[in-house]
Design a protein around this ligand. Structure first.
Ligand code: RNT
Ligand code: ZN
Length: 417
């Protein structure tokens, strides 16, 4: 797109926003400081690099078999670099333990060490990315239906050891990068059918967490991700919303809001202001649930914009970590990566452009009509001109121009896999 045209449109948008009390230059600076934690698992359908990786388990599923899945660490890295070149700004990378650089060796989950992530630390540094981390309790012969809440002590000990090691790795990553590594802890534990031991498994899970968190670290932060249910585990989830929220609140841990982990009509956005009063910070897994936790590619829909608006309205931009979590194997994976990332950024941009001061003064004066009218009009203010300017400034394709770039990479790289 022509640079002049983008600049002209931006100047008009700037005036239009100034009229409702919004400074678009300031918003551009804020958006530059908005860093996503790109989920490495979008590149390869959550498979990872264990030599004999089994089928995805733990109640999650990727559907589709679009060609071009990244098959090894070099392909995952190349795909991330490609995606990154089409996403404006600087971003983090979110790793799962199963993406260690195992060099083709079998390293069981209770044996993993910092050395398996040294090359990632180096690579991330070279590519100006900070790393976040996740323990991985799914897709393993010992995953079963219960891991950290298993009544079988040998299973539970195995996963406790795994998760402790993941925290130590996160600490080393955080120290090396001079910035805290955010470690998410999600376990699929649950039951397909009615259980008469709801309390028992939750007691075991709580005890496991207490043991796991016994070591205090300075360079990593723990978050707990709750869920409503997983596939094949429909009747009961050990790490429910109440469990994880209460644990996080009473242990000063972060809470992870995965937008697919609630009942379909429940608002994830509404949780922000409540949770932030009781937990130090939040982690997000921005996804798009379709009827269930389907992990469709994030788009700029009302629920995503609402979520980010609630963060801006709570003045909590620096208390939230912005992870993505979707895995679509039915379309070009790099394209999916870029669409979802840019959609999250556009949603945040729209949240930042909200004429909040005016809206709040209407509300204070009980001017309900004026508040609703401005909320409606704000939707069609020229935010897209600000977005185009952001892409231009960051030297990435403007608008739909990235489609051709993804197609080219497909023709030259991913279609040959
Ligand atoms: C599963 C959780 C979890 C995973 C990733 C792969 O329902 O959302 O965050 O998607 O860790
Ligand atoms: Zn998630």
């Amino acid at each position: 797109m022509k640079t002049e045209l983008i600049q002209k449109a931006y100047e008009i948008a700037k005036e239009r926003y100034a009229a409702v009390g919004v400074d678009t230059d300031k918003v551009l600076a804020q958006l530059q400081d908005f860093h996503l934690s790109l989920h490495c698992w979008q590149t390869d359908d959550v498979v990872g690099f264990e030599p004999k990786a089994g089928a995805l388990s733990g109640g999650i599923q990727t559907t589709g078999n679009y060609p071009g899945r990244a098959r090894d660490i070099d392909e995952v890295r190349a795909d991330i670099i490609k995606a990154k070149s089409l996403i404006p700004g600087t971003h983090r990378l979110n790793l799962h333990e199963i993406y260690g650089d195992f060099q083709g060796q079998f390293v069981d989950r209770d044996q993993v060490e910092v050395k398996h992530f040294e090359s990632w630390i180096q690579w991330a540094k070279e590519n100006n990315m900070k790393l976040d981390f996740n323990s991985s309790s799914f897709s393993h012969p010992k995953s079963g239906n219960l891991s950290l809440s298993s009544p079988d002590n040998s299973i539970r000990e195995f996963w406790i050891e795994h998760t402790k090691r993941c925290r130590a790795i996160s600490e080393a990553i955080g120290e090396a990068q001079g910035d805290p590594c955010i470690m998410n802890l999600w376990v699929h534990d649950g039951s397909k059918d009615i259980t008469v031991n709801r309390l028992k498994y939750r007691e075991l899970f709580k005890d496991s967490l207490d043991q796991i968190f016994a070591t205090e670290y300075k360079n990593m932060k723990d978050c707990l991700e709750s869920k409503t249910f997983g596939i094949g585990l429909e009747s009961y989830t050990v790490g429910s919303l109440e469990f994880c929220a209460c644990y996080a609140a009473t242990h000063n841990k972060l809470y992870t809001i995965d937008t697919g982990h609630y009942h379909p009509t429940e608002s994830a956005a509404d949780k922000v202001s409540s949770m932030l009063l009781f937990v130090p910070e939040l982690m997000l897994h921005v996804s798009r649930p379709i009827r269930w936790d389907s992990d469709h590619v994030t788009i700029m829909d009302d629920t995503t914009v609402d979520l980010f608006s609630e963060i801006v309205r709570a003045d909590a931009l620096n208390r939230v970590h912005y992870g993505l979590d979707y895995f679509d194997a039915s379309i070009n994976r790099i394209g999916a990566y870029v669409i979802g990332s840019r959609a999250a950024q556009k949603s945040m941009l729209r949240a930042l452009l909200e004429p909040l001061n005016t809206l709040r003064s209407y509300e204070a004066n009980e001017q309900g009509f004026e508040r609703l009218a401005l909320l409606e009009e704000a939707k069609s203010l020229p935010w897209n001109a600000v977005w185009d300017m952001f892409c231009l400034k960051n030297d990435v394709p403007v608008g739909e121009e990235f489609i051709a770039e993804v197609e080219k990479y497909e023709a030259e790289v991913t279609s040959k896999r």
